[in-house]
Structure formats: structure tokens, C-alpha cells
Design a protein around this ligand. Structure first.
Ligand code: AMP
Length: 142
């Protein structure tokens, strides 16, 4: 199973904001989009990623006034990305090693989607169920 297959099923839309977008607007976008992270972009360039965890950390450190501050002040700048050809096993290793749950997908220098740990777990469960069914069928027909 590859990232491309996951994007075929879930679509390639990515919630993006600009570095100047306020954290209050990011919070609203996360809630409305029912997602855990936004990619911070300007045109085709990726400037960073901001997840709900960054916002919790910002609130804990600096209090409620951070909601007026721009996303660029709190985003993670060194964004790890993957390619559509990457396998689920590869991105699981990347996410576990980097201790994050979101991985933007880049193709030809452009943002082509995003996969979350939830997408990965869903496919792993589907694979496990399919394998169990195949083994059951093999045993009953052998
Ligand atoms: P998450 O587990 O995705 O909520 O993110 C945990 C931390 O890792 C936050 O500080 C995020 O900004 C950061 N982060 C999330 N995804 C990535 C990524 N693909 N590359 C680099 N940092 C990330």
C-alpha cells in the first residue's frame, strides 16, 4: 500500500493557512475541517506546519493572548514530507521516528496531499482484516 493509494481514496485536499493567519483563525479552521494540523504556505512554498499540539503548547506557555499572534510565530519550520510512492511501512517509520502524526505529500515541488496517523492506522487495520480473511479462506478450502 502506497501513499498514492491512500490519496486516491481520501482525496488530495490540504488545509493551508498563510504565515500571517492568526492562531484564532487556525483554531477555527482546524475545528471546521475536523483535522489536527494545517500546512503553512505562501503560494507553492511550504513555510511550516502547525498542529493542535503546537497551539496547546503556545497557550500553556504564553496564555490566551497567543490567539492574536500569527501562525508563523508558532509553526514548525523544518517540515518532513513524503512522496506519493512512499509505502505505508515507510511513513509509519518516519512518523514514529519524528514523533509527529502528519505528513504532507509533495509531488513535482507542489503540495499533493497530506496523510495522518489516522489514515495509516485505518489502512493497517484493513490490511490485517483482509489477510485474516485470506488465511481463513485458505484453511477452509485447502
Ligand atoms: P502532531 O503529532 O502532528 O500533532 O505534531 C507534533 C509536533 O510535530 C508539532 O510541533 C508539529 O508542528 C510537528 N510536526 C507535525 N508534522 C510534522 C512534519 N511532517 N514535519 C515536521 N514537524 C511536524
Amino acid at each position: 500500500m502506497t501513499v498514492a493509494r491512500i490519496l486516491d481514496e481520501k482525496g488530495s485536499s490540504v488545509l493551508t493557512v498563510r504565515p500571517t493567519t492568526s492562531l484564532a483563525d487556525v483554531v477555527a479552521a482546524l475545528a471546521e475541517g475536523k483535522v489536527g494540523a494545517v500546512v503553512v504556505t505562501e503560494g507553492d512554498a511550504i513555510h511550516g506546519i502547525l498542529s493542535e499540539r503546537d497551539i496547546v503548547r503556545a497557550l500553556a506557555q504564553d496564555g490566551g493572548t497567543v490567539l492574536d499572534k500569527p501562525a508563523g510565530d508558532y509553526m514548525t519550520r523544518n517540515v518532513v514530507t513524503c512522496r506519493p510512492e512512499a509505502t505505508v511501512a515507510e511513513i509509519m517509520t518516519t512518523m514514529t521516528g519524528g514523533r509527529f502524526r502528519h505528513l504532507p505529500v509533495m509531488q513535482d515541488g507542489k503540495l499533493a496531499g497530506i496523510v495522518s496517523i489516522g489514515d495509516v492506522v485505518k489502512r493497517r487495520i484493513e490490511d490485517a482484516v483482509r489477510e485474516a480473511e485470506q488465511i481463513r479462506e485458505y484453511i477452509t478450502t485447502a
